[in-house]
Write a protein that binds this ligand. Structure first.
Ligand code: HEM
Length: 496
């Protein structure tokens, strides 16, 4: 009887080892369980959010570790040094394209976020070249587009102040449409009124899509859940939102085609439509209307919420740390003067303000786990590890921004960490909100310029305070693919 028991246990242990065995050469990680992989260790890591749980496990298992998520082995990168070493290499630059994505991307690799290889390089080059011609990344043109939006935003804010001085404003998605307009001026040659009902409704769908999941959540580990419980997992609602947004873009493209007037191209849509014409009849061409729809869709998804959430966090921190807000205001008034408009040229003259913006990007972790990569084309070698082709790679930017050894007090909002003697700005390469390497953010220059101009104009013109008699808003974010602050109210007072 005892012998049989021992043999059964031995057999079960052997099955466990065989079932959970990692592929040879993968980095170390916690021992996985059959079927549920490393879910128990993630759940018991002491963190509620997936990216924070990866961070806690990395402290024990290393800055490059393997986790079993559902049926897949996932390699998690958790330090700047590892990211810098590997993410510039071609083989680390693939993207997942699994069943649920196929349903969203017309069953083809389209757009930009999930393209890879030559098609990706071609589309990224095309996008950057032509957006640049339209003003993207060029200081003067970008500045003038942003200032049109800022003028409207600040005028509307002033109009809300009943006594001309003060108003309580809800900051939930407050900057979405304004920020989108800057991008849309280049892409579609249009901007929308800040109370355009149709656009606001569409942006609510974008918001829902960004909050419907997060990198490393349950349905990403067990995609079958989406099929088994489409309502519960939000799959049904998400597919509907994808369809609505894609239809909106298709209609926009159709309108553009109809008003073709023979004039030189005024926006990215005009340029791309010309390119589609050039390749008409070539069935292998990537330049198609479907690709244009998905390209615009990806830009809409990647470019609007990220910047606007960062701005909402910036205003939140100004409310919660009034002495920092006063310092920024003092520096702005001292350097720019109250009579002048702020331009990007002032950036290097405003070290404290720049330090504050770096701290906002570090601590808010708007895109905490970037967008997962995959190993493509061939196995990847790093130190003693050999990571097989098609392995998913998670880039935990949160770990870099919250590394205690590097930052000492990572949880604190302390812009001074970026200042030498309180005056000179220290650029720290461990602030990587836009990712690193070949797949790093395509919109960084637009995002950085928008953040600087919106933030400085707002702090120069208005003071942001907590609402008297109410609890201070929380710094805890709302979980999603991107993080946003919980909706909060602020008392806005006109400074000039
Ligand atoms: C504060 C604002 C922003 C943040 C924090 C941010 C962050 C990021 C991050 C972390 C990635 C993924 C990098 C990786 O996978 O390794 C990314 C990718 C991307 N971002 Fe941004 N982003 C911002 C604004 C923008 C804007 C304004 C645009 C549009 C103009 C944009 C377009 C893109 C695109 C197209 C990609 C995909 C690049 C690729 O797949 O190779 N982003 N962004």
């Amino acid at each position: 009887m005892i012998v049989e028991g021992v043999l059964t246990l031995g057999f079960l242990f052997l099955v466990w080892i065989i079932v959970t065995k990692r592929k040879h050469g993968l980095p170390p990680g916690p021992m996985p369980f059959p079927v549920i992989g490393n879910l128990p260790q993630l759940a018991l890591s002491g963190a509620k959010r997936p990216y924070a749980a990866f961070h806690n496990l990395a402290k024990k298992h290393g800055n490059i570790m393997t986790l079993r998520m559902g049926a897949a082995d996932v390699v998690v990168l958790s330090s700047y040094e590892v990211m810098r070493d590997v993410l510039g290499k071609e083989e680390w630059s693939g993207r997942i394209f699994e069943e649920s994505l196929k349903a969203r991307y017309l069953n083809q690799r389209l757009g930009i976020l999930f393209l890879e290889g030559e098609a990706y390089k071609d589309q990224r080059r095309f996008l950057l070249r032509h957006l640049k011609d339209l003003g993207f990344g060029k200081q003067n043109s970008m500045e003038s587009m942003i200032s049109v939006e800022l003028h409207e935003l600040t005028s509307r804010l002033r109009q809300r102040m009943a006594d001309g001085r003060q108003a309580v404003v809800c900051m939930h998605n407050y900057f979405n449409l304004s920020v989108l307009n800057v991008l849309w001026s280049m892409i579609a040659g249009t901007r929308y009124s800040h109370d355009d009902e149709k656009l606001l409704a569409l942006l609510e769908h974008v918001d829902m899509l960004m909050k419907c999941g997060s990198v490393g959540n349950l349905s990403s580990m067990f995609p079958i859940l989406r099929k088994l419980a489409p309502k519960l997992t939000g799959e049904e609602k998400q597919l509907e939102a994808y369809k609505l947004l894609q239809n909106f873009l298709r209609e926009l493209i159709q309108e553009k085609k109809e008003i073709e007037d023979g004039n030189p191209e005024k926006c990215f849509l005009d340029i791309y439509l010309k390119e589609i014409d050039k390749f008409q009849g070539d069935s292998t061409s990537l330049y198609t209307e479907d690709q244009l729809v998905m390209l615009c869709f990806d830009m809409l998804l990647a470019g609007s919420e990220t910047t606007s959430n960062s701005l909402c966090f910036a205003i939140l921190y100004m409310m919660l740390y009034p002495q920092v807000q006063d310092e920024v205001h003092k520096e702005l008034v001292g350097v720019v003067g109250t009579a002048n408009t702020i331009s990007l040229d002032y950036r290097h003259k405003l070290p404290y303000t720049q330090a504050v913006l770096m701290e906002v990007l570090r601590l808010s972790n708007v895109s905490p786990a970037a967008i997962p990569h995959t190993i493509m084309e061939r196995d990847a070698i790093y130190k003693d590890y050999k990571i097989p082709k098609d392995t998913i790679v998670m880039i935990n930017l949160y770990s870099v921004h919250m590394n205690k050894e590097h930052w000492i007090d990572p949880e604190a909002f302390r812009p001074e960490r970026f200042l030498h003697n309180g005056r000179r700005l220290i650029k720290d390469e461990h602030v990587i909100p836009f990712g690193v390497g070949k797949r790093s953010c395509l919109g960084e220059s637009l995002a950085q310029s928008s953040l600087f101009l919106y933030f400085t104009t707002l702090v120069m013109n208005f003071k942001f305070e907590t609402v008297p008699g109410h609890l201070s808003p929380s710094e805890e974010p709302v979980l999603g693919f991107t993080l946003s602050p919980m909706p909060y109210n602020t008392v806005v007072t006109c400074r000039r």
